[in-house]
Ligand binder design. Structure first.
Ligand code: AMP
Length: 428
């Protein structure tokens, strides 16, 4: 039924995109505000980058052999002949801006956050959209594991502050250029030996991105790689040390985590720490957030050799868990006062009264559809306003209004001239 109605529509939103309608947008606003507050508590400042960038920024910054660059980007040639791409993630854009505006010179440790749409042409399903929203943070300029610990603490604090239960933090190290290359050789050897048991997709990946096979969701891959060598056993001293210090710091802060040698992240520029926050309530798309260190990216994109660490999280997935766990108890905005009127001749007076209340910051609504008093009262109920005033002959003649408190049923007499002061003086 709904489908056939949808089919008849002249214009529809694009598959994998979602309208955030008025009965939901207030939840987004509230959630975004809370995220901003937490970011500010940790002294991260907001950065906003354009919605599209040169395609080559992402090809370089994410890695040509990743799924994102290989098959998911929204890329188009503009009228000037330039290849542009809607941002599929934020880190590459943030780093481009960091380099372009010399942010490192102004602030040796640059701490920024974002809340932004991102675009990937994936197969839409629950928790996977083509236009989705990410929030995240990047700390650029320190190689020390205490910053990795801060990023993990910040990202998990966000879930904790919303009262979310049953989320897990999984950490790993993906090593550095030196130990990872050695490990990759060992891993490839293992994978070639069992390649006939791998999914066709993973078979293709052995040479280009063998570590990704370890976090494949495919049942055959999971079975076949059960005894695969894991990088944690092959880390060089520097990476091992970094990882041990991170574990120590997280323990010191009493942040619960699991070590999972299969967390590899899809992106090429990660070094050392990689982590994911997952929820058992999200089904197959269980990642709430992911992040890690990317000491190689800034140089790769033409900046100075600068270490950095960050995380990115999905807004829609946070909202899904909030809803499932009944934690989205936010207050929908509503008018404080609804002014109804008994006769059309009072419409202008009502408008003026509403204008005065609104000018004093008191939210207020009245009828625009020339409806009967009965319908107006129904509307006041639908709007869920705290107070209702009815303007009639008697009120106009006497200059006194009856203000009804819709929660308690109590009625107060208030002089028309005094109405805004009455509401300003209410102490609620
Ligand atoms: P990633 O950059 O792939 O690690 O993504 C970071 C986070 O963004 C994930 O943990 C998800 O919560 C979210 N995310 C990624 N892709 C999508 C998508 N297509 N739809 C909705 N959320 C997504």
């Amino acid at each position: 039924m709904i489908n056939s109605k949808r089919d008849k529509l002249k214009y529809k939103s694009i598959k994998g995109t979602k309208d955030i309608l008025p009965d939901e947008s207030y939840i987004w606003i509230e959630v975004e505000n809370r995220i901003r507050n937490i970011m500010h508590t940790y002294n991260y400042k907001e950065i906003r980058t354009p919605i599209f960038e040169e395609t080559k920024l992402f090809a370089r910054g994410i890695g040509e052999f990743t799924d994102i660059v290989g098959k998911e980007m929204y890329t188009f040639v503009d009228r000037g002949g330039d290849s542009l791409t809607l941002k599929p993630e934020l880190t590459a854009s943030v780093i481009r801006a960091y380099i372009q505006h010399n942010l490192g010179e102004k602030q040796p440790l640059t701490k920024v956050y974002y809340i932004s749409p991102a675009f990937r042409q994936e197969r839409p399903q629950a928790g996977r959209l083509r236009q989705f929203h990410q929030f995240g943070a990047e700390a650029i300029g320190s190689k020390y594991p205490i910053v990795d610990a801060e990023i993990i603490s910040l990202s998990s604090k966000i879930y904790e502050s919303f009262g979310i239960k049953n989320y897990k933090i999984k950490i790993n190290s993906v090593g550095c250029e030196v130990c990872r290359n050695e490990y990759k050789t060992i891993l490839k050897k293992f994978l070639f030996e069992i390649s006939d048991k791998l999914s066709p997709e993973s078979q293709k990946r052995i040479n280009v991105n063998p570590m990704r096979i370890l976090d494949s969701k495919d049942e055959d891959d999971i079975k076949a790689t059960k005894d695969a060598p894991l990088i944690l056993n092959y880390l060089c001293d520097d990476c091992k040390n970094h990882f041990n210090q991170l574990e120590e710091l997280l323990n010191f802060l009493d942040i619960k985590f699991e070590v999972d040698g299969r967390i590899v992240r899809g992106l090429d520029y990660y070094t050392k720490t990689a982590f994911e926050i997952i929820s058992t309530e999200l089904g197959s798309q269980d990642a709430l957030a992911g992040g890690g260190r990317y000491d190689l990216l800034i140089k790769e994109l033409g900046g100075k050799d600068t270490p950095a660490v960050g995380f990115a999280a999905g807004m829609e997935r946070l909202l899904m868990v909030l809803q499932k766990q009944n934690q989205n108890k936010f207050q929908a905005p509503k008018p404080k006062v609804f002014i109804a009127y008994t006769d059309q001749s009072f419409e202008k007076i009502t408008f003026n009264l509403a204008h005065k209340l609104r000018s004093n910051g008191i939210s207020c609504e009245f009828d625009f559809l020339k409806r009967s008093l009965k319908s107006q009262m129904r509307e006041a109920n639908r709007q869920n306003s705290d107070y209702v005033i009815v303007i009639g002959e008697e009120e106009i003649n006497s200059n006194w209004l009856q203000v009804k408190n819709m929660r308690t049923g109590e009625i107060q007499k208030v002089g028309i001239e005094n109405l805004e002061n009455y509401f300003l003086g209410l102490d609620e």
